[in-house]
Write a protein that binds this ligand. Structure first.
Ligand SMILES: [Zn+2]
Length: 327
């Protein structure tokens, strides 16, 4: 297996062989379940804690895609699995409380153990399972900023949560700076850094021959995205990433979002257009002198909420995220 450097001076060796707020959210909320953000009963509980609780019992849905690729939905972010006779390549690890159910789902594909694990961003709904997959033998691939953020305590203000430093052994060891590719049992796998978007750690994973694009959280299919303004994200970065996804995908491409059902290019276009439209509305109100509260009260997402606002990230919350990220 080769992991090839991209063109831009990535860290690391060219070839690796066998190496080893919502604030407080005391309100009606939703959590990630079966890949969607579904409503949860109103309760004074932290969003991260509630999501973790749900992950303890979450059913993992197994969705075959094509070319040996399967998507597992139900524990944090979508998990994309490329199977081979003796080992698996896995995109995102879900939440560790789901380990038993996740293992059952992985074993329903085949008994091959995880060999490579890619984190599409540093958030815990993608990386919390890194430690147990690493202990099963997976080498972890991620953007270098993911390693940097997992190596220290990280605050996500909009979730009112501070994540502890990741265990040393659970951290990524193969780092992407701009782009890389590798071959995995006949499939070419490409990684590309989006630049700052949903965070400053986002990469896509593109499976060339089966033409499957895993976007991480630069695309949520059917819900407003979370934008982590305090960890490198912004609405303008999200729009750039959405443009890159549209440019990458053809009509034939299967698109695996960070959250929500598997989709295609038309879904990417609709998502991008929504981001641009909301950004324009919020920017006009903000530059007109309105405060954050006034902009939210003006309901600039009104025409989009029926389609995109059914999750914990509803219209007002998303408006605040867009407002905060506008320079
Ligand atoms: Zn994320």
């Amino acid at each position: 297996m080769n992991v090839n450097n991209g063109n831009n001076g990535d860290h690391g060796n060219g070839t690796y062989e066998g190496a080893s707020s919502m604030r407080g959210l005391a309100l009606a909320m939703s959590i990630s379940l079966a890949g969607c953000w579904v409503p949860l009963a109103s309760h004074a509980v932290n969003f991260v804690d509630a999501t973790n609780d749900q992950a303890k019992t979450a059913t993992i849905e197994v969705v075959p895609v094509r070319g040996g690729i399967t998507v597992l939905m139900g524990s944090g972010a979508n998990v994309t699995v490329l199977n081979s006779p003796h080992e698996k390549l896995i995109v995102d690890a879900g939440i560790s409380y789901s380990k038993a159910n996740m293992l059952r789902a992985l074993n329903s594909i085949s008994s091959a153990p995880p060999r490579y694990l890619i984190n599409t961003d540093f958030h815990w709904d993608h990386t919390d399972g890194d430690e147990w997959m690493r202990l099963m033998g997976a080498s972890i691939i991620a953007h270098e900023n993911t390693l940097n953020r997992l190596s220290v305590e990280t605050r996500v203000d909009d979730w009112d949560f501070t994540f502890p430093t990741a265990p040393y052994d659970a951290r990524p060891t193969f780092l992407v700076r701009f782009d890389k590719s590798m071959h995995f049992h006949g499939t070419t796998v490409e990684f590309k850094y989006y630049g700052p978007a949903h965070t400053d750690t986002d990469i896509w994973v593109y499976f060339v021959e089966p033409d499957v694009l895993a976007t991480g959280d630069t695309f949520c299919n059917g819900s407003y995205p979370f934008i982590d303004n305090h960890n490198g994200g912004s609405i303008d970065g999200m729009i750039r990433a959405a443009q890159a996804n549209v440019a990458k995908a053809s009509e034939h491409t299967v698109v695996v979002p960070g959250h929500g059902p598997v989709g295609g290019r038309p879904d990417l276009i609709e998502f991008r257009d929504m981001l641009i439209a909301v950004r324009e509305k919020v920017a006009a109100l903000k530059s007109g002198g309105m405060s954050r509260a006034q902009v939210i009260a003006a309901a600039p997402t009104e025409g989009f909420d029926a389609k995109w606002g059914g999750s914990v990230i509803d219209g007002p919350f998303f408006t605040g995220l867009v407002f905060d990220g506008l320079k």
